[in-house]
Structures are given as structure tokens and as C-alpha cells.
Design a protein around this ligand. Structure first.
Ligand code: WTA
Length: 638
């Protein structure tokens, strides 16, 4: 059954009020008042938040908007995110607090106090430094979900280098492209990672990708899965050998005193063209934004055990597994493998075992676990949970209610946080005190002015669908697209240039109570299981196959994944359209881009709907597939 999850009837009348024990202790007591204040004096609000962090040198100016849309925050300030995520905790009792609880898929357990985290990160940082990595460099990280993924990210930040994490589910072409764009000299990887009892053979993919990446000089390999892998002498180094070197063994490593606007990382995400965009985030604004949002929205308390079940390879993991929570001195849970491996009790068992108090995950994961039935979670004591969270795609009210009732025992408010790789942190989100409507991300976070508008920038009527725009700058915003500032303007700022607004690329509605309902992407981005993919990446993988002449990819609603990819292919003359070939093409996309990009099906066609200028009209394909009105066809060539 095809059901558009985002279009399940909106339950605007259905409101859930937060329980008293939550509101009484909430970090924010009055949303309306603080929101008003944050809009009237945005810079004052953010300066106040920034004061909760440690700065080597205080900023001269909170916001520099002289070169819009290239905003700068906390200009003149000196800060390193590590100074706040690790260093300052070492001088307090938090030194002995658990920073990280990690469980591997086979069941192995590793824990690290903040003291231990500092030791591990310092070792890694010393190794990177000894390889000549310094400020201005970008280290590519391609890892399974193991502690060393976080350590290597933090180590780069510590020495002032930027990292570029490539999700471990991506494949050769995707990895090679990202290495090339970042011009990385050093790559950090592992032999493999565990997923559903099988080894995800990362090193093999790395070897292939390096063949296409002349910039790579050294590759650090963490041993995780232990199978035999190829190691090229002089290029590949085992991490466990490197850390025995005297240079790594010293207890400390000085944290680089970076500028607030120095790049912390670039993270590639999908866009309209095949070339991925590297969004740039910085030490200062990003530290302030991730820690403030995490603190207010998830109401972090000293005794919390926080579990964001995303992959650190995506923005959610960057902001809310690694940086935001560590800045707030939280205990972070991290898990390597599949939620239902070996049985669908895995998550619930871990929540009981580790006493998790806050769980933050995606609607896809919730739907996936929901389908196994209530018996699995019901076997466990989940009473430690206080708050729940959702991210990555609209949550359908049915999944929302299950999450609320079965997992949260009707006592845990669900924070449905809307945001993007570009925004660095939550932009539209409830607080624990917010009355909730299932399926709505509720209201803008402090300091943010948001609207739903038509193409001319006029606000649409209450309840009508329009384009989501952000009217004001925020500290966590991406500063640019790495190496391509024109594309940054073109993609996000061009459509509402006159007004100076940021175009999110999503459509949305606002209801009579001012609640935002996100409908979904209106560009060439497809959200598959919450993962973000570009139609162009899939299409270019398809046309790289010798049998393919032209290709188009679209997303269609899928009950579990939210959206699934459907491909339409024109074959080269003389090639026979067979089911075997369709399968081969699906596998070809999986091996070039990654298994998550594997199309649900491939349909062979003779023509594709195109504009007169030759652009494929994907919306026509989509409307036809859904049996909807294809709309205005005046620009269609034939
Ligand atoms: C979608 C993920 C509805 C949206 C953090 C956005 C959501 C895209 C929500 C960004 C939500 C994210 N409700 N849709 N709570 N959160 N999205 O860059 O389409 O991987 O534009 O960042 O995810 O995806 P990205």
C-alpha cells in the first residue's frame, strides 16, 4: 500500500499537554516571553547564551551582517569547541563523569569518562599533528559507528583542522567525490563495521576510492572487525600501532586557539546537481547554537543519559551525538548496529540496561520497530525515559502515537525537531513545556523568525501550503558551501534575495495556533528513511552504466521509509530491456552511491518529460506515478 506519510490527516485538534513533573523542572518556563525577547534583541539573546561557554577571548561583535548572506557570528572571539566539549569539564567533577557509553552490535561495551575521552582524543590529535595535519586542512573520516569516529572528529577540532565525515553507508563514488572536493591528504577509516551480523567492508571501499583520489597521502585504519585487509606500505597505518609511538603517548595535547569563525567541519549533503555540497560550520556560532538548542529542547540535566540514535556521519550525529551534548557535559549513548539485530528488542533492552532518559531518533526507525508489535518493548522497563525526540522527516501521527504511548508510557513529550544540515541545529521545535500536536514541529526556536510564503514572498493563508523561509540569521547557520560561495547564494538566498530570506527547500503549513506542519522537500532532494539523497547523484550513477542513455529518479511515498526511490531509464539503442538488467542497474547504484540509494524499481521508458531547455520534469513523472493531476505542462517539450 502506498501511503504518503506526510499527508496522513493532520490532527490539529489533538493536543497533548506535558506532564507537571516535566514542566516544573523545565529549563525554559515561558516560551512566549523568551521568544519575544529573543526577537526584539536577537544579538542580546545570543550573547547571553554564548556566555555559558568558555572563550579564550571574548567577541568584539555578536553579529556581522555586512556581507549578507555570509553572516559572521561572535566576530573577533577566540574559542575552540573542544575547550568547551572536553577541556573545561576536566577542571570540574565531570572529569569522572561518563562522557560516552558505547555498545557494539556484537554486544561489546566500552565506556569513557571525560578524563578518558580527553586521553583518547589527545592521542588521536597527536597522531594527526605528527602527520602534518594543521589548521586549514580537511581530514576525511569514513568510519563505522565506533568511539574512534567521535575521537577522530574531536581530534581534528582540537588541532584546528576541519573534518569531513562521509557516512559509512556511502560507497566508492560518493567517497571519492567528497575526498576530491575537500582535497584531503589524510583519511581516517576502519577495517569494517558490524551491521546485521555482517561486516561492512569499509577498507575495500576505501582502497577503491583512493585509486580515484590522488590527494590522499596517509590512511589511518582502526581495527574493528578483524578480517584480513589490504594495507599499502607507507600509506596505510594501523591506529593501534600509531598510538604506541612516543608522540601519541604523552598525556596531553594542546588545544588550538581557533577563531570563532574558523571552520570546524564541512559536511557534504545532496543538492540539485550531482556534485555534493560541502556545508561549512564554524567553532563559535555552532558551539553556541548546538549547546543552547540541546539544553533548552531536551532539557538536559546532570543525571541524564542521552541517546541520539542517529549516525555520527550525518548532521544529527555531529550536532547531537558529538558536539552539543558534550558541550553540555552530558552522558552520551552510542550504538553501532541495526535497531532490530539480532532481535527487535535490541533498543528497548539497551534503554533498560543503561537507564537511558532521553531517546532521539527518526520516524523511519520508529515505524520500523513499531511493525514488530508492542510485545518487544513491553518486555522491558522503559520507565527511565523522560523525553523523546524525532528528526529527519515528518512523523506520521500513527507512529507519533505509538512512540508516545508504547515507548513513552504517555508521560514523555516528543520533541519533533525540524532542521537541516545547513541549519546546524533545531530551527522549529517544541520545548518540553509545549503543548504538542502529533505531526507538527510546533514553533520556531528562540531568535528565529520563520514564515510560509508564496513565490513572491507573501505569507500564504492559514492552513495553506507554501515555501518555508527563515527570515533572520542564527549562529548555527552554515557559512558557505566549501569552495563554491556562488552556489551557496544560488541555492539558498537567490529566490528571496530582495527580502534576504533563507529558502529551506521544504513546503509547510501554519495552523491557526501558529504551529508549523512540515510537508516535505520541494526540490530534487529525496528523504529515504530520513537519509538525504539527491536525484542527480542517483541519475549520474545510472548513466555511468554502459547500457544507460538517460535516467530520472524520483521519490514516491513508502510506508516504512517515508520515501523510496523509483528510477526511469532510457536504454542505449540496441540494448534489450530485461528484468535482469533492471536488477543490475539497481545494484549498480547501490555500489556506486551506497545501499541506501538503491532504487526500489527501475522502469524502462522511451522518452522522459523534459522542458524545452532539456531539464527533466521530475514532478510530471511523480504526478503520473501517483495518479495525480500533472499540472501546468506549458513548458513541456512534447
Ligand atoms: C527533513 C536532518 C519534517 C526536511 C536534520 C529537511 C524534517 C531535511 C524534520 C533536512 C522534521 C528534518 N519534520 N521534516 N522534524 N527534520 N526534516 O540535512 O525535509 O539530513 O529539509 O538534516 O529533512 O535533512 P538533513
Amino acid at each position: 500500500m502506498k501511503q504518503d506519510q506526510s499527508k496522513t490527516p493532520a490532527m490539529e485538534g489533538e493536543v497533548f499537554y506535558p506532564p507537571k513533573n516535566i514542566t516544573r523542572r523545565a529549563n525554559v518556563k515561558d516560551y512566549d516571553q523568551l521568544y519575544k525577547q529573543s526577537i526584539e534583541d536577537r544579538e542580546g539573546f545570543w550573547a547571553e547564551q554564548a556566555k555559558r561557554l568558555k572563550w579564550y577571548k571574548k567577541w568584539d561583535k555578536v553579529l556581522d551582517d555586512s556581507k549578507k548572506p555570509f553572516y559572521k557570528w561572535f566576530v573577533g572571539g577566540k574559542i575552540n569547541i573542544i575547550q568547551n566539549a572536553i577541556d573545561r569539564h576536566l577542571h570540574t567533577w565531570r572529569r569522572n563523569k561518563l562522557a560516552l557509553i558505547w555498545e557494539g552490535e556484537p554486544g561489546d561495551l566500552r565506556t569513557f569518562s571525560y578524563h578518558a575521552l580527553n586521553r583518547e582524543v589527545s592521542k588521536f590529535a597527536n597522531i594527526l599533528r605528527s602527520m602534518g595535519v594543521k589548521k586549514g586542512d580537511i581530514v576525511t573520516i569514513y568510519m563505522p559507528q565506533i568511539p574512534e569516529l567521535a575521537f577522530s572528529m574531536l581530534a581534528c577540532a582540537k588541532i584546528g583542522a576541519a573534518h569531513s565525515v562521509v557516512y559509512g553507508g556511502f560507497s566508492v563514488e560518493a567517497l571519492a567525490e567528497r575526498i576530491a572536493d575537500a582535497k584531503s591528504r589524510v583519511l581516517v577509516t576502519a577495517d569494517g563495521g558490524w551491521r546485521r551480523g555482517k561486516i561492512n567492508d569499509l577498507k575495500n571501499i576505501v582502497d577503491e576510492a583512493i585509486k580515484r583520489s590522488p590527494t590522499i597521502e596517509s590512511c589511518i585504519v582502526v581495527k574493528r572487525t578483524g578480517q584480513e585487509v589490504y594495507m599499502e606500505s607507507g600509506r596505510d597505518f594501523w591506529y593501534h600501532d600509531l598510538i604506541t609511538l612516543p608522540i601519541a603517548c604523552t598525556n596531553g595535547c594542546e588545544t588550538e586557539k581557533t577563531d570563532a569563525e574558523d571552520p570546524l567541519f564541512i559536511l557534504y549533503t545532496s543538492g540539485t546537481t550531482g556534485k555534493p555540497k560541502g556545508l561549512v560550520h564554524t567553532h563559535g556560532g555552532y558551539s553556541v547554537y548546538t549547546s543552547t538548542t540541546h539544553n533548552y529542547v531536551f532539557d538536559i540535566k546532570e543525571e541524564d543519559r542521552w541517546w541520539c540514535a542517529a549516525d555520527p556521519g550525518w548532521i544529527t550525529g555531529h550536532s547531537y551525538i558529538v558536539y552539543g551534548p558534550l558541550i553540555n557535559g552530558a552522558t552520551v549513548m552510542m550504538y553501532e548496529g541495526a535497531p532490530n539485530y539480532p532481535y527487535p528488542n535490541r533498543w528497548w533492552q539497551m534503554i533498560e540496561k543503561y537507564g537511558i532518559t532521553i531517546l532521539y531518533t527518526s520516524p523511519t526507525a520508529i515505524r520500523g520497530l513499531m511493525r514488530f508489535g508492542d510485545e518487544w518493548p513491553k518486555r522491558y522497563n522503559l520507565s527511565s525515559l523522560r523525553l523523546l525526540g524525532s528528526v529527519g522527516e515528518p512523523i506520521n501521527p500513527e507512529a507519533w502515537r505509538w512512540y508516545h504511548t508504547v515507548i513513552g508510557d504517555n508521560k514523555c513529550p516528543i520533541m519533533d525537531t525540524w532542521w537541516q544540515t545547513e541549519t546546524g541545529g533545531f530551527l522549529i521545535t517544541p520545548l518540553p513545556i509545549t503543548p504538542l500536536k502529533p505531526g507538527s514541529a510546533t514553533k520556531p526556536f528562540f531568535g528565529n523568525e520563520v514564515a510560509v510564503v508564496d513565490d513572491n514572498g507573501n505569507e500564504v493563508k492559514t492552513g495553506e501550503e507554501g515555501k518555508l523561509v527563515i527570515k533572520s540569521p542564527w549562529p548555527g547557520m552554515a557559512r558557505t558551501i566549501y569552495g563554491d560561495p556562488d552556489r551557496f547564494i544560488e541555492t539558498y538566498w537567490k529566490d528571496f534575495e530582495k527580502q534576504g530570506w533563507y529558502k529551506a527547500g521544504d513546503s509547510a503549513r501554519v495552523d491557526k495556533d501558529g504551529y508549523y506542519w512540515i510537508i516535505g522537500r520541494i526540490d530534487d532532494v529525496i528523504k529515504v528513511s530520513g537519509y538525504r539523497l539527491g536525484t542527480a547523484e542517483i541519475e549520474s550513477a545510472l548513466v555511468s552504466h554502459s547500457a544507460v542513455s538517460e535516467a530520472a529518479a524520483i521519490g514516491l511515498p513508502h510506508e516504512l521509509k517515508g520515501n523510496a526511490i523509483h528510477a526511469f531509464v532510457i536504454l542505449k539503442a540496441g540494448t534489450e530491456a530485461t528484468p535482469q538488467l533492471a536488477n543490475e542497474l539497481r545494484n549498480h547504484v547501490a555500489s556506486e552511491v551506497g545501499p541506501i540509494a538503491k532504487p526500489e524499481d527501475v522502469t524502462f521508458v522511451d522518452t522522459l518529460p523534459k522542458t524545452r531547455s532539456g531539464k527533466i520534469m521530475r514532478r510530471v513523472l511523480k504526478a503520473k506515478a501517483l495518479g495525480q493531476d500533472v499540472g501546468d505542462l506549458s513548458t513541456l517539450e512534447e
